[in-house]
Ligand binder design. Structure first.
Ligand code: UDP
Ligand code: MG
Length: 136
C-alpha cells in the first residue's frame, strides 16, 4: 500500500559552510527522495528558537539556536514513501560518532551539535516544520 509522505530536511550551517549541499542533495535523490521545494536562507535567532521550541528546557537549547542561525542553511521538502522514517534512517544517529556507516551524519557530521542535517521526527512535526519554512 502506498504511503507517500513529505518531510522537512535542513542542511545545517556546518555542511553549507563546507559546501556539501550538492553532495548531500545527491544522496537524497540516490536514496529515492524527490526534492519538492528547497531554498537557501539564513534564519534569525528568534526563528531558530521558535523552530526548536520543543527543546526549550534542554541545556543545549541556547547553543543550538545560536548555531542554527549562525550561517546559511538549505531547507528542503523531501517526498518519498514513508519519507519521515526513511529520512531519519538515512541521517543516522544524532551523535555522528554513534551513527551507522553510510548515514549522512556518519559521513558528514563533525560533532553532536554540528551534525550536518535535520529531519522531522514524525509526520505531525513534518507538517508543522514544512509550514514553518514554506508558508510563503
Ligand atoms: N543536540 C546537541 N546536544 C545534545 C543533543 C542534541 O547539540 O546533547 C542538537 C543536535 O544538533 C540535534 C539537535 O540538537 O540535531 C536536536 O536534537 P534532537 O534530540 O531532536 O536530535 P535529532 O532529531 O536532530 O536527531
Ligand atoms: Mg529532533
Amino acid at each position: 500500500m502506498s504511503n507517500l509522505e513529505q518531510t522537512l530536511s535542513i542542511i545545517k550551517p556546518d555542511a553549507v559552510e563546507r559546501n556539501l549541499q550538492d553532495e548531500i542533495k545527491k544522496k537524497f535523490v540516490e536514496n529515492g527522495f524527490s526534492i519538492k521545494d528547497e531554498k537557501k536562507i539564513q534564519i534569525s535567532k528568534n526563528e531558530a528558537e521558535e523552530f526548536y521550541k520543543v527543546h526549550q528546557s534542554k541545556p543545549f537549547y541556547g547553543e543550538l539556536c545560536n548555531y542554527l542561525s549562525s550561517g546559511p542553511i538549505v531547507v528542503m521538502i523531501l517526498e518519498k514513501e514513508n519519507a519521515v522514517i526513511e529520512n531519519r534512517k538515512l541521517m543516522g544517529a544524532t551523535d555522528p560518532s554513534k551513527a551507522e556507516n553510510g548515514t549522512l551524519r556518519k559521513m558528514y557530521g563533525i560533532s553532536i551539535d554540528k551534525n550536518s542535517v535535520h529531519g522531522s521526527d514524525s509526520l505531525d512535526n513534518a507538517k508543522i516544520e514544512i509550514e514553518f519554512f514554506f508558508k510563503n
